[in-house]
Design a protein around this ligand. Sequence first.
Ligand code: SF4
Length: 432
Amino acid sequence: MADVAELLVADHPPAAGCAAVPAARPVLKERGQREVFCGLTGIVWMHRKIQDAFFLVVGSRTCAHLLQSAAGVMIFAEPRFATAIIDERDLAGLADANAELDRVVARLLERRRDIRLLFLVGSCPSEVIKLDLSRAAQRLDKAFAPNVRVLNYSGSGIETTFTEGEDACLAALVPEMPAGDSPSLLVAGCLADVVEDQFRRLFETLAIPVSFLPPRSSRALPAVGPNTRVLLAQPYLANTMRALERRGATHLPAPFPLGVEGTTAWLAAACDAFEVPRARLDAAIEAPARRAAQAIAAHRPLLAGQRIFFFPDSQLEPPLARFLARECGMRLTEVGTPYLHRAHMQAELDLLPDDVVLSEGQHVDNQLERCRGENPDLVVCGLGLANPLEAQGIATKWAIELVFTPIQGFEAAGDLAGLFARPLDRRARLRV
Ligand code: SF4
């Protein structure tokens, strides 16, 4: 893999109709060794969301261990994911992997009559032996129709970082969505049920017809068509959005719903698209926005003025950085992101301070060197980097925790600030 770091200029086009778009922001492009989980990790939060789905990873014992340790505390009697192990015989080409997969799937569906949607999830080993999971899914789909729908996507570490597994999964669902012509809002991206319910109530108050992708049941896939407007709830859904656009839907550019400012702007984008007067939005959010601002203010004394460095892990980094800088008073040093989707991220980039270093892609050694040079108060990074940095006296926050935890919307804004205040508080106490 190329081992280069180049300073390039982001080539994002100005948003249509926005005269105040600042000049292109420089982005440091990194290409080197990566230190992130693979896309299989998304199963840990997605299996709880689509309640009649099952994720069958076609992978190795390593993949099974990753899932078990990531989902550790969540293992229960009838988990909604498993790994079909590709063993040495499969890797050596001695066994018919397709026949074995068919046997495993038949056994699983016989035992688990509650499964309505089965995902065959590709991994590094299934890619290495060139097992065609899309053909396998078509074959099994025919065999088990109409009781079970069988789809596939890849969560392999060769192709995906940990949040891209969700993107691949949702993109696989899009062709299954029924066609619909009615004007409607689609919120795309996994949200905790409690957050989804809060947003649903807000959109109902605003009289905006809304549905969510993924739905809680695979039999309740929302309709999509030329009158569908899409708000992304997560910043890592490039392929999902592309698939929705192919079905005629339109993306609504907006900051992501983190903090008071992000949530307000995100809702405002929907109001603009559905011609809801601003006064109606202001009235609907007055109380929750006030509560959120108060909850954030409680954490501000610990956060204001503290310097934070983001390693690239989840693609959530730019919106988190914007929230921490503008609502919590933190000072940004470097904001890394594994990928920077300029069209989806432009509204966030416009809100970041001019002097922040933005980096895209990974080169762990270079980034560690810059991080140590900055000597920040707090570092957001993967689990693998957290221990060494803590040993060097730098407080850390695990990037993956920000994907598992409900952090979107007004009611979670105080908790989101608290997630960053806690490690600083802990370090301050240790020093005392
Ligand atoms: Fe490891 Fe690849 Fe399996 Fe992910 S898919 S656990 S990176 S072998």
